[in-house]
Design a protein around this ligand. Structure first.
Ligand SMILES: NC(=O)c1ccc[n+]([C@@H]2O[C@H](COP(=O)([O-])OP(=O)(O)OC[C@H]3O[C@@H](n4cnc5c(N)ncnc54)[C@H](O)[C@@H]3O)[C@@H](O)[C@H]2O)c1
Length: 265
């Protein structure tokens, strides 16, 4: 039986994933962590029925509960603190929170590699998105250029999305794209029209009510384009990836980034 605590349990993702975890037989959700509703029974939040397990607001309380795994769906600033605390206290942590900066990730990686606990960071838990990242990395060498359009709900705080940055990184390992955001003679009538730019790849971020999480990767070469598109239309799309991560955490090394590392293609 794996004892799990959900950080950010009162948020959209924390609540949705916890609502599924609570039904699993091999998992015991022994509490939550949040800045709101502290002291409340997690069951009242998730199902309306009391469980005897509570939402906590302090690290000391979490330590006393001795969880096997923490899952984090909070904010980037909070996640950074939570990860460092989990590593210092030798507690395994699976992080779904996005918006962590590259510098933060490298710092976390070096700390995690010296720890006995496991740190798994997954900017997108949907299996379809993980497959998309893997395929994009495999085919980029066949194309001259690539642009990414990512579209999310209007409450998303960070842009571009963690998934688009990760996809761009994987693509740029295999491709040999331009080092310049604007090509010779290219201009922008409105600044930013050509989007963000990383590793030779333009990223365009759309934020609208009605959307959840969507990404289209468009590769181009002479006379043809290839588009790969993934849509998460419901938060339930993230749950199979979370369970996959929980079940496979023990076989990973100290630090792992991306669900694609758990997918066999
Ligand atoms: N990895 C994925 O597949 C995936 C999917 C969707 C969203 N996300 C990411 O998950 C994160 C959460 O998304 P959401 O839509 O649930 O957001 P949300 O705003 O609905 O929930 C965040 C929760 O964290 C809590 N929180 C904030 N600061 C905290 C702190 N210092 N300590 C403890 N709790 C704190 C809030 O009170 C809230 O309950 C975001 O970074 C989002 O981009 C990841």
């Amino acid at each position: 039986m794996k004892k799990i605590i959900m950080f950010g349990i009162c948020g959209k993702m924390g609540k949705s994933i916890s609502g599924e975890l609570i039904k699993e037989e091999e998992i015991e959700l022994i509490g939550g962590f949040d800045i709101i509703n502290t002291g409340a029974d997690i069951g009242e939040l998730l199902t309306g029925k009391k469980t005897g397990y509570r939402i906590h607001g302090s690290y000391e309380d979490i330590k006393k509960l001795n969880p096997d795994i923490i899952i984090d769906f909070t904010t980037a600033d909070s996640a950074k603190k939570n990860i460092n605390w989990a590593i210092e206290n030798n507690i395994n942590i699976i992080v779904g929170t996005t918006g962590l900066r590259k510098e933060d990730l490298s710092e976390i990686e070096s700390r995690a590699l010296q720890s006995v606990s496991k740190t798994l960071i997954v900017p997108n838990f949907s299996i379809g998105a993980a497959v998309m990242v893997r395929i994009c990395g495999m085919i980029s060498k066949y194309f001259d250029d690539c642009e990414i359009i990512e579209m999310h709900h209007d409450k998303k705080k960070d842009a571009p999305s963690g998934t688009s940055l990760y996809t761009a990184e994987e693509i740029s390992h295999g491709g040999n794209f331009s080092g310049f955001r604007l090509k010779d003679g290219e201009t922008e009538t409105i600044k930013g029209s050509r989007g963000g730019f990383t590793g030779g790849i333009h990223i365009h971020s759309v934020r609208l009510p009605g959307l959840l999480a969507h990404q289209q990767v468009i590769f181009g070469t002479k006379g043809q384009t290839l588009s790969i598109k993934h849509d998460s239309i419901d938060r339930s799309s993230f749950y199979p990836g979370v369970i996959l991560a929980i079940r496979n955490l023990d076989r990973l090394s100290g630090f792992t980034f991306g669900l694609d590392k758990l997918i066999d293609i």
